[in-house]
Ligand binder design. Structure first.
Ligand SMILES: Nc1ncnc2c1ncn2[C@@H]1O[C@H](COP(=O)(O)OP(=O)(O)OP(=O)(O)O)[C@@H](O)[C@H]1O
Ligand SMILES: [Mg+2]
Length: 332
């Protein structure tokens, strides 16, 4: 399952990037092997997809997702106000690519910052703004769609493990969740990242750096917005001392994103994002990939109850969902 570093070194030599020393494994990835590579012109980062994800449940993921990530990184490379690693080289057959390196000393993972109680509203603004720029710019480039006809991957990596798995655990809501999944898959609007979570954002002096675009898909941008906002809500349960700041960060990120929405009426986008957010909240409790930091029955029941009520009676806008969530947190 784990590729021998010797194989990777062979691929790197073929790509003209022979390592100058042993590859240094980075922690944090569950679906890939990620290394720091010291080679001519480096340091670089090497990422190779694994067939079997390192999670408790049996979860296999198609290896072509590595190439989706490369194409996403290339597609956003020239968007003003958006930072992501530059692709240096790829061996598509080995499901491996080399990208530019961001020093962890100056580019901490946003999740670690939030966990430490550092909820920086400027960062929330930059994340919302950059995500909005990615969607707005790509929505004007329908020529990109052909390179991201990855609905099968998006179904296998996002809709099935998150939404449809959750639908099976909540038979009374299954119809609503299945409809949401089917309608989401049918939308073709913009370039979606598919995994915009604080764990996949590095916070550097130049702004947030977007990593880990394996789920890239030409589809519904509301998914990325909901996916990211979901993490801010879940963290209010994990870090109650930061709850008020996280709710403010939610609104800051949302409104910075909203400023960029020019491809459709904001209200239409928010209606979908609100429903997706409700389903994703429930998915991170009862789906195939529950958040690791909410373990107690009390915390899990709190999220489950709120998410179920939002699915039953969807709030009109994201701000109304956040206001209800804030009230629940205060009175729990
Ligand atoms: N270009 C880079 N420069 C520096 N560090 C990086 C770079 N790319 C990834 N990393 C580090 O490696 C970690 C894992 O990377 P990434 O999220 O791409 O892998 P993954 O296996 O797909 O992760 P996941 O667990 O989200 O599935 C990141 O959180 C980050 O700390
Ligand atoms: Mg990741």
């Amino acid at each position: 399952m784990t590729a021998a570093p010797a194989d990777i070194e062979g691929v790197l030599r073929k790509l003209g990037l022979p390592p100058r020393g042993p590859l240094a494994p980075l922690t944090g990835g569950v679906s890939c092997e990620v290394f720091r590579l010291d080679a001519e012109g480096g340091p670089y980062c090497v990422k190779r997809a694994l067939a079997q994800l390192r999670v408790a449940a049996d979860w296999r993921a198609p290896l072509e997702r590595s190439h989706s990530e490369v194409r996403w990184l290339q597609a956003v490379a020239d968007i003003e106000g958006v930072l992501a690693p530059r692709v240096i080289a790829e061996d598509q057959a080995a499901h491996l690519f080399v990208m530019s390196w961001f020093d962890p000393a100056t580019h901490p993972v946003w999740k670690a910052e939030l966990a430490a109680g550092r909820v920086d509203l400027a960062v929330a603004h930059e994340v919302g703004d950059a995500l909005g720029r990615i969607h707005a710019t790509s929505a004007r480039r329908p020529d990109l769609a052909a390179a991201f006809r990855t609905g099968d991957l998006f179904h296998a990596l996002r809709l099935e493990p998150y939404l449809l798995h959750t639908a099976r655990a909540h038979p009374d809501l299954a119809g609503k969740i299945e409809t949401l999944a089917a309608e989401t898959l049918a939308r073709e609007i913009a370039l979606v990242h598919g995994d915009v979570s604080p764990k996949n954002l590095l916070i550097g002096p130049g702004g947030p750096v977007f990593l880990d675009a394996e789920c890239a898909w030409w589809g519904d941008p509301a998914f990325d917005l909901a996916f990211c906002l979901n993490h801010l809500l879940l963290k209010t349960v994990w870090r109650p001392d930061s709850a008020a700041a996280l709710i403010t960060a939610f609104e800051t990120l949302r409104s910075a994103y909203a400023e960029r929405v020019d491809w459709e009426p904001l209200e239409a986008l928010e209606t979908r994002a609100t429903r997706l957010l409700a389903a994703l909240l429930l998915a991170r409790i009862d789906g195939k990939s529950p958040v690791e930091y909410l373990q107690s029955d009390r915390d899990r029941a709190f999220v489950r109850d709120a998410a179920r009520s939002y699915l039953q009676t969807p709030p009109e806008r994201l701000a109304s969902l956040a206001a209800d969530w804030a009230e629940r947190i205060k009175t729990r």
